[in-house]
Ligand binder design. Structure first.
Ligand code: FES
Length: 121
């Protein structure tokens, strides 16, 4: 199991994520959200690239898409966060805006060590 280095900043204890899908923390003066998506953790800047809203404090959901047979399906539940100010939707795993990946929330690597969450900066 890798150990935290000088590039890792303590974010929270892992058990703080119990019963919730995200927690907010601060690293180097920037608000960062740590999301749990299935069994993985993702750290995403909480500063919206549209107009600076708290992008990671909005609704977490999935997307409507079309399957191989052309049927409309609800997919990727828990992988999308919508900024509460104007509804821009971002992929939690990559930080990319769903409609235009040119817009992207910065993301950070996450390390879990001894029950503690660290964000690499
Ligand atoms: S500030 Fe986030 S969608 Fe406008």
């Amino acid at each position: 199991m890798p150990e935290p280095t000088g590039d890792h900043h303590y974010a929270a204890d892992l058990d703080e994520l119990e019963g919730t899908d995200r927690l907010l923390t601060e690293v180097n003066g920037l608000e960062v959200a740590v999301f749990r998506v299935e069994d993985d953790l993702y750290a995403v800047s909480n500063y919206c690239v549209h107009q600076g809203g708290p992008a990671c404090e909005g609704r977490v959901s999935g997307i409507l898409t079309v399957d191989d047979e052309g049927e409309l399906i609800y997919d990727r539940n828990g992988e999308i966060v919508s900024c509460p100010w104007h509804g821009w939707e971002f992929d939690i795993r990559t930080g990319e805006h769903l409609a235009n990946p040119r817009y992207r929330l910065p993301t950070f690597d996450v390390l879990v060590h001894d029950g503690e969450i660290y964000i690499e900066w």
